[in-house]
Ligand binder design. Structure first.
Ligand code: NOJ
Length: 561
C-alpha cells in the first residue's frame, strides 16, 4: 500500500505565509458587536494585499463560547453569531479567488458539555454515545494532576450528577474529553474532516494533538501510551480526499519526539508549531544569548522533506515558557512580563508582542524578521502587523483577543455597535485612534508597510521554506547567522539581539567559482569579501540583514533559470 507521503500532490505549505484570525474579532458587518463571515469577506483584499497566502480560522463552529470556541457543540455548523454555512462557503470561495488557502481549527480532543453526544452520554448509561467519553465510577487517584490551566482549573475529573459518574477533561470542566480510542469516535473525526474539505478548506490546525492520541482512562498509571498510528490514519484519509490538504498540529512536545509526530518517513503530520524554538527565541530576545535558540534549531531540524515547522511569535494563548529552565524563564518574565498580572498558568506571559517589546520598532522588526527567516512557515497573528496591544483588565487569555483595529472611527472601525464582544482597545499608545490599519496604510514608513515588504521578500526567498540550513559561528553570543541552500541558491541571514551595535566576521561559504559577494535583499549595502576570505558586517542595535549569496548579475541569471 502507498504511504501517506506518496499521495501528496503539492507542498504549497512549505513557502506559505499563514495569517491566523478569529472571525469573532476581525470585522463585524451587521452591527451586533461580533465579527462575522460577511465582515471577514470584506477584508479579504486587505489580507491578499498584505501577501498572506493561507488564512487559519480559529473555531467558528456552534459553541457556547466558554473557551473562545474551543468548546464545540456542533462540528457541522457555523455558530449563528458568525453567519451561516452559506456565508462560510462564500468566504472560502472568495479566498480561493484571491489565491489564498483556508485552514481551520479541528478541535476533537474534547467537545463542549453542551454537545448532544455528551448530553446523550450523561443521561443514559446505555446510550451509544456513553463510550464516546471517558467515565469512572470513583474519583480517580490522579484527578488532581495534569491540569492544563493550573490556577484556574482545579481537577481533570469532575462528577456529573446526571451520569452519577466522574468524566475526564484534560481542559476546563465544560470540555469533556472524547474517547479518541473508540473507533466510532475516530470515524466521526474523519467525517468532520471530510465535511470541511468538501466545503473548500485546505487543511486543519489540529488542537491538542498529544492529548488526542494519548491513552485516556481512570486506571492509567505512569505515562499514558500514545497512539501514533492515529496520526497516519488522519493524514491518509485527508490525502485520499484531497491530495494537497494538510494538518498543522498543535503539539508542545520535546524535540526527541518530533519525528514521532512528523512520522519517520513523513507519513504523519505535515506541519507542527515549533514551540521549542518559540520559547528559546523569546529567551534570546530577552537576554541577547542565542545559545538555547541555536540548540533548539539544531534539535528540531526536520528529517523528512515533507515535514515543516509552523513558526510563530505570539498566538492566541499565553506565551508558554515551560520548556525553559527556571532561571531562563525568570529572565524572560523579568524582561517581558515582570508584573504578576501579565503572567498566566504559572508558566507564561499573556501579553501581545508589541507591548512586550515596549513598542520598540527596532525590536519588533528584529522579532518578525526572525519569524520570517527561521526554518519553517511563518504564522502571523491578526493585529500583529499593526503592532496591536493588549488589555490586561480582561481575564486570562482574553487580554490579547480584542477586536481588530481598522481605523480611528468609533470602535476602531470594527463594528457600528455601542458594545462589542470584548472592548476595543481605545486608550494609550495602542488605542485605535493611534494604532489602526487606515493610518498605517497611508504612512509609507509604517509597521504595516514594513510587514508587507518583508512578506514579499519572504515569498521571494524560497530557500528558507524549502532549503537546508546551517548556523554560522560569528563568535558573538548575541548574533545569529544562518545560511540556507536550496537548488543551488543560498541566502544568509544575520540578526543582532543586542541593544548595542556589533561587528561580525564570517565566511559566506559561496560555491566554488562564484564571486564572493553578499547581495542585500532589503537595501543596497552589499558586502564584498575581505582579503582574509571573510565578510565583515556591522549590525546596528537589534539590526538584521537578509543577503543572497553570490554577485548580483550571477544571482539574477540564476533566478531566471
Ligand atoms: C489549545 C488552544 O490553543 C487553546 O486556546 C484551548 O483553550 C485549548 N487547546 C483547549 O481546546
Amino acid at each position: 500500500m502507498k504511504r501517506g507521503t506518496d499521495l501528496i500532490t503539492d507542498l504549497w505549505y512549505k513557502n506559505a505565509v499563514v495569517y491566523c484570525l478569529s472571525v469573532e474579532s476581525f470585522m463585524d458587518s451587521n452591527g451586533d458587536g461580533v465579527g462575522d463571515f460577511r465582515g471577514l469577506m470584506r477584508r479579504l483584499d486587505y489580507l491578499h494585499g498584505l501577501g498572506v497566502t493561507a488564512i487559519w480560522l480559529m473555531p467558528f463552529q456552534t459553541s457556547p463560547g466558554l473557551d473562545d470556541g474551543y468548546d464545540v457543540s456542533d462540528y457541522y455548523g457555523v455558530d449563528p453569531r458568525f453567519g451561516t454555512l452559506g456565508d462560510f462557503v462564500e468566504f472560502t470561495h472568495g479566498a480561493k479567488q484571491r489565491g489564498m488557502r483556508v485552514l481551520i481549527d479541528l478541535v476533537v480532543n474534547h467537545t463542549s458539555n453542551e454537545h448532544p453526544w455528551f448530553k446523550a452520554a450523561r443521561s443514559d448509561p446505555k446510550s451509544p454515545y456513553r463510550d464516546w467519553y471517558i467515565w469512572s465510577k470513583k474519583k480517580p487517584a490522579n484527578a488532581n494532576e495534569g491540569m492544563v490551566f493550573p490556577g484556574v482549573q482545579k481537577t481533570t475529573w469532575t462528577r456529573d450528577e446526571e451520569a452519577k459518574e466522574y468524566y475526564f477533561h484534560r481542559f476546563y470542566e465544560f470540555q469533556p474529553d472524547l474517547n479518541t480510542a473508540n473507533p466510532k469516535v475516530q470515524a466521526e473525526i474523519l467525517k468532520i474532516m471530510g465535511f470541511w474539505i468538501q466545503l473548500g478548506v485546505s487543511g486543519f490546525r489540529m488542537d491538542a494533538v498529544p492529548f488526542v492520541i494519548s491513552e485516556k482512562g481512570a486506571d492509567i498509571e505512569g505515562k499514558p501510551k500514545e497512539h501514533f498510528e492515529m496520526l497516519r490514519q488522519f493524514r491518509e484519509f485527508l490525502q485520499w480526499r484531497k491530495g494537497d490538504a494538510i494538518i498543522l498540529a498543535e503539539a508542545n512536545i520535546l524535540p526527541k519526539d518530533d519525528m514521532k509526530y512528523f512520522g519517520a518517513d513523513g507519513d504523519r503530520m505535515q506541519m507542527m508549531f515549533n514551540f521549542q524554538v518559540n520559547q528559546s527565541l523569546f529567551y534570546a530576545l530577552a537576554v541577547a544569548d542565542i545559545g538555547p535558540l541555536a540548540k533548539a534549531l539544531e534539535e528540531t531540524k526536520p528529517e523528512y522533506p515533507t515535514a515543516q515547522w509552523g513558526l510563530f511569535l505570539r498566538n492566541h494563548d499565553e506565551l508558554d515558557l515551560g520548556r525553559l529552565t527556571k532561571p531562563q524563564r525568570q529572565q524572560v518574565f523579568d524582561a517581558f512580563g515582570a508584573d504578576k498580572s501579565m503572567q498566566l498558568y504559572d508558566r507564561g506571559i499573556r501579553r501581545r508582542l508589541a507591548p512586550m517589546l515596549k513598542g520598540d520598532r527596532r525590536r519588533l522588526e528584529l522579532a518578525y524578521s526572525l519569524m520570517f527567516t527561521l526554518p519553517g512557515t511563518p504564522v502571523i497573528r491578526y493585529g500583529d502587523e499593526i503592532a496591536m496591544g493588549d488589555d490586561l483588565e480582561l481575564p486570562e487569555r482574553n487580554c490579547a483577543r480584542t477586536p481588530m483595529q481598522w481605523s480611528n472611527d468609533p470602535q476602531g472601525g470594527f463594528s457600528s455597535a455601542d458594545k462589542t464582544f470584548l472592548p476595543v482597545i481605545s486608550d494609550g499608545a495602542y488605542g485605535y485612534p493611534t494604532t489602526n490599519v487606515a493610518e498605517q496604510r497611508r504612512d509609507p514608513g509604517s509597521f504595516l508597510n514594513w510587514m508587507e515588504r518583508i512578506i514579499r521578500m519572504r515569498q521571494e526567498t524560497p530557500e528558507i521554506g524549502w532549503g537546508d540550513f546551517e548556523i554560522i559561528d560569528t563568535r558573538e553570543p548575541g548574533v545569529l547567522a544562518m545560511r540556507y541552500v536550496w537548488r543551488g541558491n543560498a541566502v544568509l541571514l544575520l540578526h543582532n539581539f543586542n541593544a548595542e551595535g556589533r561587528t561580525v566576521k564570517f565566511r559566506s561559504k559561496v560555491q566554488e567559482g562564484e564571486p564572493d559577494c553578499l547581495v542585500n535583499l532589503l537595501s543596497d549595502d552589499h558586502s564584498d569579501v575581505g582579503k582574509d576570505g571573510r565578510h565583515r558586517v556591522t549590525l546596528e542595535p537589534y539590526g538584521y540583514r537578509w543577503y543572497r549569496v553570490g554577485a548580483l548579475d550571477y544571482v539574477l541569471k540564476r533566478s531566471e533559470m
